[in-house]
Design a protein around this ligand. Structure first.
Ligand SMILES: Nc1ncnc2c1ncn2[C@@H]1O[C@H](COP(=O)(O)OP(=O)(O)OP(=O)(O)O)[C@@H](O)[C@H]1O
Ligand SMILES: [Mg+2]
Length: 243
């Protein structure tokens, strides 16, 4: 039997009065890379906001490593082992790469030994963090900044890493580097849940695919199956970024 890292059961959530997620079920197994695709407004980012505690679901449950985390605060979810790599421009441009990454370890700042150990781990996974340690983050390219953002998210040694459109705005070379790092994270036992607009790219990288539509999971399966699904092809591939 596979080991569930995350389970969302019948989750309803939204903003103000309206419901965006309308009974969403999702199970993510350990060591997998799952890619969520779906049209704009389907609720993909909202799924992340519910998991990371930014919005509380109106009903349903979120279970992480067997523990109910429904409605917990963002910092509690982070400490439990779920890290989110935020969208673009999340680094402080006037701070160095090293300082930016250190911020990811804020919750363990009093444990100097652990902090040091984690920094070494991050530098090993993302060599750029060591190579450009003293550089202002604002001087890095978009692709380099994305790598540093991922490094920062790894400081608390998360079991589950959430990435919303990690390839957004990056050139192909940078996308390939980010993809490699995602694969390495999964190979080292982490679980990755990502959203990607580019279905082809996402399913190539992922082991599992989830297709969302109007706040619900429409299809799930192994990534190759989702990529080859004729329904998905007509629904999304044709529409996936023309560029
Ligand atoms: N802060 C907010 N306040 C009110 N409504 C919101 C908010 N954020 C998102 N929504 C609405 O919730 C719905 C789902 O948004 P969400 O961001 O989850 O979609 P998405 O699938 O990530 O879309 P995209 O592909 O465009 O990123 C949309 O109708 C959106 O307008
Ligand atoms: Mg989104």
């Amino acid at each position: 039997m596979s080991e569930a890292v995350l389970a969302m059961v019948d989750v309803q959530a939204g903003y103000g009065g309206g419901l965006v997620l309308q009974g969403l079920d999702l199970q993510i197994d350990k060591g997998t890379i799952t890619c969520i695709v779906g049209p704009n407004g389907a609720g993909k980012s909202t799924v992340f906001r519910v998991i990371s505690g930014l919005i509380k679901p109106k009903s349903g449950t979120v279970t992480f490593l067997g523990k109910d985390i429904t409605g917990q605060s963002p910092s509690a979810v982070l400490r439990a082992g779920v890290a989110q790599v935020p969208q673009n421009r999340a680094l402080f441009p006037e701070m160095t790469v090293h300082e930016n990454v250190l911020l990811g370890g804020y919750a363990i700042r009093r444990d100097r030994a652990l902090l040091k150990q984690r920094m070494a781990m991050v530098e090993e996974m993302v060599p750029l963090v060591r190579e450009r340690a003293k550089e202002h983050a604002g001087n890095l390219s978009g692709g380099q900044r994305r790598m540093v953002e991922i490094g920062r998210a790894l400081m608390l040694n998360p079991s589950l890493v959430l990435m919303d459109e990690p390839s957004l705005g990056l050139d192909p070379k940078s996308v390939a580097k980010v993809a490699l790092l995602i694969r390495e994270m999964a190979a080292s036992g982490r679980t990755v849940l990502m959203v990607e607009q580019n279905v082809r790219l996402g399913m190539n990288l992922a082991t599992h695919g989830v297709v969302m539509e109007q706040g619900k999971v429409r299809l799930t399966g192994d990534a190759a199956g989702i990529a080859d699904n004729p329904e998905v092809a007509t629904m999304y591939l044709g529409k996936a970024r023309e560029d």
